[in-house]
Design a protein around this ligand. Structure first.
Ligand SMILES: NC(=O)c1ccc[n+]([C@@H]2O[C@H](COP(=O)([O-])OP(=O)(O)OC[C@H]3O[C@@H](n4cnc5c(N)ncnc54)[C@H](O)[C@@H]3O)[C@@H](O)[C@H]2O)c1
Length: 437
């Protein structure tokens, strides 16, 4: 692994970051802190305006972080793509979702590359950071970029370096997460390493773009499959009257050969529920099914239904039916302490509960109201979390274990609690009201 040295190249690089979201903004911060100059590009005018005013568009990134970047005079955001020609390196951090048919939606990457091709000039480095299937850099990006008339390896440099951002992670930040870098050729790899050294402590050069692309997919398939396994074990252990959380705690004491994964109400976020299916799609071109991924997907997408089943059983114990019951879903975000709703299982839980005739509200301090998404429009506002409100619900369903919640208080005043995250593990009083799911 190459260790970061404070001054990596003599010339301060001018870095362009395309896509100022969960990945692009923290990356920009690291380059600024490392002493580089950054020009951030985004097609969303409101993001550009906000950022230039020192306002963070993301809750887990404070306004101070953005303000410090702007006042350093090393950072500016723009929606004027013509300025791409000014920078030395272009790092692409745009979304890679799935289409309705669950196939890779490369629209954002393709559009970005077409725009770059218009302004590409000799000597520039282009790096894709977005998660994608192996082969994207060479098969999809390269031909589009070469429409500029410039040749990769001769006129410009090309590389792939996957982002490993984990929003809200208190232990690791962009700069301290080792970064894999694969180049189109040797010169591209060297150029990419020289640029990233300004921002990232540890770089991991690999032999090709395809290895870097596959490494990212492997990391996410690994999580997806292991989470599915513990989700399945949770259902079995629940039936056997064994506490899965205690089982994982015990198994985790093994100092080698075991890594803990935790069950939940279903997969969420922009990565784990989506990225493995990029590989599934690509594998079809090679006539291979990806059975582990398919099975994991099946188990994980069934989890919200299992949770609702547990809510029904818990209500049944109180001689109540789900139909007509008032349910408070606690936590909308797909994981704790962040304001990211993408693919959140809470949305599915709310929709199933509504379908079954429950009256559903939610509380989440990160979402005062819900916004229209690609596939959902809940049209809801967050309800206050006070004694009177808690008492008024037939069941409180803990979907996201935000740290700001006082679980003792919630259990004390709720009639019934269904906990999908083991958030109430430390609650001493009122345990008979708690059901796991
Ligand atoms: N969010 C994470 O935790 C995470 C972690 C690792 C990898 N990734 C990967 O990183 C990539 C980016 O994810 P994200 O979460 O930052 O997405 P995001 O939606 O938060 O941000 C993407 C930004 O790109 C902008 N954009 C879209 N098209 C553009 C274009 N043509 N030109 C300029 N800007 C454009 C959008 O307006 C948005 O601000 C995805 O491939 C994702 O899978 C995300």
């Amino acid at each position: 692994m190459a260790k970061h040295k404070k001054v990596a190249t003599k010339k301060v690089p001018y870095v362009g970051i395309v896509g100022l979201g969960y990945v692009g903004l923290p990356l920009a911060r690291e380059f600024v802190q490392g002493g580089a100059k950054v020009l951030g590009f985004d097609v969303n005018k409101s993001t550009v305006l906000k950022v230039n005013k020192g306002v963070s568009p993301l809750k887990h990134l404070t306004n101070k972080v953005i303000k410090d970047m702007v006042t350093s005079n090393q950072f500016k955001a723009t929606d004027n793509m013509a300025q791409l020609s000014q920078v030395d390196a272009i790092l692409i951090c745009v979304p890679t979702p799935l289409t309705e048919n669950r196939e890779p939606d490369m629209f954002y990457v393709e559009t970005t590359c077409k725009t770059i091709a218009k302004y590409l000039r000799k000597g520039q480095l282009v790096v894709l950071e977005s998660t994608t299937y192996p082969g994207t850099t060479r098969e999809l990006m390269l031909p589009i970029l070469e429409r500029s008339g410039l040749k990769a390896g001769r006129d410009f440099y090309l590389a792939y370096s996957p982002e490993r951002e984990d929003p809200g992670n208190k232990h690791f930040q962009t700069a301290t997460i080792a970064k894999v870098v694969g180049g189109y050729d040797k010169a591209s790899l060297e150029r990419a390493l020289a640029v990233y050294k300004w921002a990232i402590e540890t770089l991991v050069p690999v032999d090709s773009c395809e290895i870097a692309e596959s490494a990212k997919i492997l990391e996410n398939v690994y999580r997806c499959v292991n989470i599915a396994m513990v989700n399945e074990l949770k259902m079995l252990f629940d039936r056997m009257g064994i506490d899965v959380w205690e089982v994982i705690r015990a198994a985790s004491t093994k100092p080698f050969g075991f890594q803990a994964f935790y069950p939940g109400p279903g997969l969420g976020g922009h990565c784990i529920p989506i990225d493995p299916f990029y590989l599934t799609w690509k594998a079809r071109q090679y006539g291979m099914p990806t059975r582990f991924i398919e099975l994991a997907g099946e188990i994980n997408t069934d989890m919200p239904y299992y949770v609702i089943q547990r809510v029904m059983e818990a209500l049944n114990d109180c001689r109540k039916s789900l139909k007509g019951s008032k349910i408070l879903v606690l936590g909308l975000a797909y994981k704790k302490d962040i304001d990211d709703l993408r693919e959140s299982p809470s949305i599915e839980l709310i929709e199933i509960l509504r379908e079954k005739g429950a009256k559903v509200d939610y509380n989440d301090p990160y979402f005062p109201r819900t916004h229209k998404q690609r596939d959902h429009d809940l049209k809801m506002t967050s309800k206050p979390l006070n004694t009177k409100m808690l008492k008024s619900y037939d069941c409180v369903l803990i979907a996201t274990d935000h740290s700001c919640y006082d679980y003792d208080y919630i259990v004390r005043h709720a009639q019934l609690v269904v906990d999908t995250r083991n958030a109430t593990a430390g609650v001493k009083q009122g345990r008979r009201k708690i059901h796991t799911a």
